[in-house]
Design a protein. Structure first.
Length: 228
């Protein structure tokens, strides 16, 4: 098993993350982490703050986004009538270089102008078009591959992995997280081994210090509770 560890990818948007980039990078430095990625949901708005904080504390910034990707195409609105259809999944995009960062910016522009439906969405077609310079992680439990595994459709999961590997080569990684169900991680790692894809262990950073957990959970409840 080829295994890479990416320290954390931090969230600072849409009430999904509590602390600022400065708080997160400062704590990363204290913990001895040489790098930290910023992967807010569907937005690049915290990139500049992350760069400033990383420069101040001597930590390498990895600029990216947790993008929303349509399981079909970015123009598909069929979930409006059929609630059994999922409108979007998650996928991690990280800039490998300046070209990659420019392509992530372009993808997010397309997500907001062409693919917006509940969330700013891209699709596999446009991701392939702007693939240069981008490192892709398969995503969290709401990723395309994890969802296929959750449904017991291993053939679909395998086909998706093969497609991403064909597009991104060595810049595509199967992502596992410690809070995932063991059976999901096991299936992801088994497929990664079978298809010769490297795995990466990640952890979301929604708050910087243990004492911040209660407030972050309160924010999450406020942002996800049904509106009356």
């Amino acid at each position: 098993m080829s295994f890479i560890h990416l320290h954390v990818h931090s969230h600072y948007s849409m009430m999904d993350g509590l602390n600022s980039p400065d708080d997160l990078v400062k704590q990363a430095k204290i913990l001895g982490m040489p790098a930290i990625a910023i992967t807010d949901h569907g937005t690049l708005s915290s990139h500049r703050e992350m760069q400033i904080a990383c420069e101040q504390y001597g930590v390498k910034p990895i600029l990216g986004v947790e993008a929303y990707i349509s399981p079909t195409d970015r123009f598909d609105r069929s979930s409006f009538k059929d609630k059994s259809i999922q409108a979007y999944n998650h996928i991690i995009l990280l800039a490998k270089n300046k070209k990659g960062l420019a392509n992530i910016h372009k993808l997010q522009e397309i997500a907001w102008t062409e693919g917006f439906y509940s969330k700013p969405r891209i699709d596999r077609e446009v991701l392939k078009e702007y693939a240069e310079g981008i490192i892709v992680l398969s995503g969290c439990l709401n990723g395309l591959i994890s969802k296929a595994i959750e449904k017991g459709n291993m053939e679909e999961a395998s086909l998706l992995l093969k497609s991403f590997k064909q597009t991104f080569g060595q810049d595509f990684y199967v992502e596992v997280q410690s809070h995932n169900p063991v059976e999901i991680n096991s299936a992801l790692l088994k497929l990664a081994d079978k298809l010769g894809i490297k795995a990466v262990a990640t952890g979301d950073a929604h708050f910087a210090r243990a004492e911040d957990k209660v407030l972050e959970e309160a924010m999450l409840i406020l942002s996800t509770s049904p509106k009356s």
